[in-house]
Design a protein around this ligand. Structure first.
Ligand code: ADP
Ligand code: ASP
Ligand code: MG
Length: 406
C-alpha cells in the first residue's frame, strides 16, 4: 500500500462544488489501494478576506491574534472536505495543525516547522481513515497557533510527506504544472515535465507563486520528489526533483516576475566604513528583508545607495529610512512602489556568457528601462516599471525561445 500526501490549494477548494470534485479524486486514490493524507488551503480568497477584516480593526497585524484568525480558514476547508468524503462513503477525519503534530517556532505570521510528531496521523491512517490536515499552521513551543507565511500550505505538505516518509507528494493547483513563465501572462508558456530543485527554488523566490520557496527548500533538504499538477484535469504535471546531469540543462529554463517589490534610494551617503552596516542593521531590526542593493560610484566622498524590499514592508521601512537619513547625514531619500522584478532563471547560465546581455537587449528592444540589476550563477533579475511587466515577461520568453524547447 502506497502512502500519498496530496495538497489542494485555495482555488481547488474554493466552493462546495470544487470540494466535491477533489473529494472524488481523493476517493479514487483510496479505491486504488493507497493511504492518503491530504493537506488543504483556505477556500479561495479566504485568507485575504480575513486579513482585510483584521485590518479594519486597526490593530497590530503581526502577532499572535492574527495567526489565531488566519488559521481558521484552513480549518474550515479541512472540515468541509472531511464531511464531503464521509458523505461519499470514504471515512475521513480532519485535523488542525496542532492535532496533526505540526510543531513550529513562535515567529507569528512566518513560523518555521521545527518537527512533526506523526503519531496521530499514522494512527488515523492505520484506522483506515483519510486524514485531512489544515495546512499553513503549526503550534509554537508555548502552545499557541502559528501560521507559516503566505502560500505556507505547500510547506506543510512537503514537511508532512517528509515526516511520514510518503511514497508520493502531490501539489494540486489551478494550473497543469510548472511552466516556463506564469501561464496566465504568457499564453504559449510551456509546461516543464521536470525541474531541478535549484531552479524551482529560484523561480519561487523570484515570484512564481506556484510553490512557496520554503516548500522547495524542504523538498530539497529531504530529497523528496514533488509533483505539481492540476486539480481539475488528469494530465501529468511537473516533477520537482534532483537533476544529476547539470550539463544537459538548458541555458534559461524560465521567466519569473514579482509585483511585491518596492525601491528605496538614499542620496549623498557619506563614504565611510560602517554606514552600510548602520543602514541595513536598522532595517533588519525592523524585520525588513532587503533584496537588491546598489551603491553608486563615489563622488565628493559621497555615494547614493538604492535597494529593494517587499512592497508590503514599505510602510514599516519609511520611518526607519527617514530616521537614518538624519542620523548618517544623507541629503534625502526617495521611494517607489510602482516597480516590479522580472527575472530569467536557468542552471545552464553559469557557463554561458552573454545571457545577461541578451536579457538587456530584449528589454531594450521593447523600450523598457532597467532601474536595477542583480545576478547569481543561475539567474538575472531586473527592476522595471510595474506597468511594463507583462510586456517584459513576454519579450524575455520569446528571446530565449522558451515555448520551443524540449
Ligand atoms: P494554490 O492556491 O493552488 O496554492 P497559487 O495561486 O498559490 O495556487 O499558485 C498557482 C498560480 O501560480 C497559478 O495560477 C499561476 O498563475 C502562478 N504561477 C506563477 N508562475 C508560474 C509558473 N512558472 N508556472 C505555473 N504557475 C505559475
Ligand atoms: N491560505 C494561505 C494563503 O493564502 C496558505 C496557502 O494558501 O498556502 O497564503
Ligand atoms: Mg499557493
Amino acid at each position: 500500500m502506497s502512502l500519498i500526501v496530496a495538497k489542494f490549494g485555495g482555488s481547488s477548494v474554493a466552493s462546495i462544488e470544487k470540494i466535491k470534485n477533489i473529494a472524488q479524486r481523493i476517493k479514487d486514490m483510496r479505491d486504488q489501494g493507497n493511504n492518503v493524507a491530504v493537506v488543504v488551503s483556505a477556500m479561495g480568497d479566504t485568507t485575504d478576506d480575513l486579513i482585510a477584516l483584521a485590518k479594519a480593526t486597526g490593530g497590530d497585524l503581526s502577532g499572535r491574534e492574527m495567526d489565531m484568525l488566519l488559521a481558521t480558514g484552513e480549518q474550515q476547508s479541512a472540515a468541509l472536505l472531511a464531511l464531503t468524503l464521509k458523505n461519499m462513503g470514504c471515512d475521513a477525519v480532519s485535523l488542525t495543525g496542532w492535532q496533526a503534530g505540526i510543531m513550529s517556532d513562535s515567529t507569528y505570521n512566518k513560523a518555521k516547522i521545527s518537527d512533526i510528531d506523526t503519531n496521530r496521523i499514522m494512527a488515523e491512517l492505520n484506522n483506515g481513515k483519510t486524514v485531512i490536515i489544515a495546512g499553513f499552521q503549526g503550534i509554537s513551543p508555548g502552545g499557541d497557533i502559528t501560521t507559516l507565511g503566505r502560500g505556507g500550505s505547500d510547506t506543510s505538505a512537503v514537511a508532512i510527506a517528509a515526516g511520514l516518509k510518503a511514497d508520493r507528494c502531490l501539489i494540486f493547483t489551478d494550473v497543469e504544472g510548472v511552466f516556463t513563465a506564469d501561464p496566465r501572462i504568457v499564453p504559449d508558456a510551456r509546461k516543464l515535465s521536470s525541474i531541478a530543485y535549484e531552479e524551482m527554488l529560484e523561480m519561487a523566490i523570484l515570484g512564481a507563486a506556484v510553490m512557496q520557496p520554503r516548500a522547495v527548500e524542504c523538498a530539497m533538504q529531504n530529497n523528496i520528489d514533488v509533483e505539481v499538477l492540476c486539480s481539475f484535469k488528469n494530465n501529468p504535471g511537473t516533477i520537482i526533483t534532483e537533476v544529476s546531469n547539470m550539463e544537459k540543462q538548458k541555458v534559461v529554463s524560465g521567466v519569473a516576475h514579482d509585483y511585491n517589490c518596492a525601491k528605496v534610494a538614499i542620496f549623498d551617503v557619506p563614504d565611510q566604513p560602517g554606514i552600510a552596516k548602520t543602514l541595513f542593521k536598522a532595517l533588519a531590526e525592523g524585520g525588513i528583508n532587503v533584496d537588491m542593493v546598489i551603491q553608486s560610484a563615489m563622488r565628493n566622498n559621497h555615494n547614493d545607495i538604492a535597494f529593494t524590499i517587499e512592497r508590503d514592508d514599505l510602510s514599516k521601512a519609511l520611518p526607519v529610512v527617514n530616521e537614518l537619513v538624519k542620523k548618517i547625514g544623507a541629503s534625502g531619500c526617495s521611494f517607489g512602489d510602482k516597480v516590479a522584478k522580472v527575472s530569467i532563471v536557468g542552471a545552464g547560465m553559469q557557463t554561458n556568457p552573454g545571457v545577461a546581455a541578451d536579457m538587456f537587449e530584449a528589454l531594450a528592444d521593447e523600450d523598457i528601462n532597467i532601474h536595477m540589476i542583480s545576478t547569481s550563477e543561475i539567474r538575472v533579475s531586473c527592476i522595471i516599471d510595474e506597468e511594463l511587466t507583462q510586456k517584459a515577461v513576454l519579450a524575455l520568453h520569446k528571446k530565449f525561445a522558451l515555448s520551443e524547447l524540449e
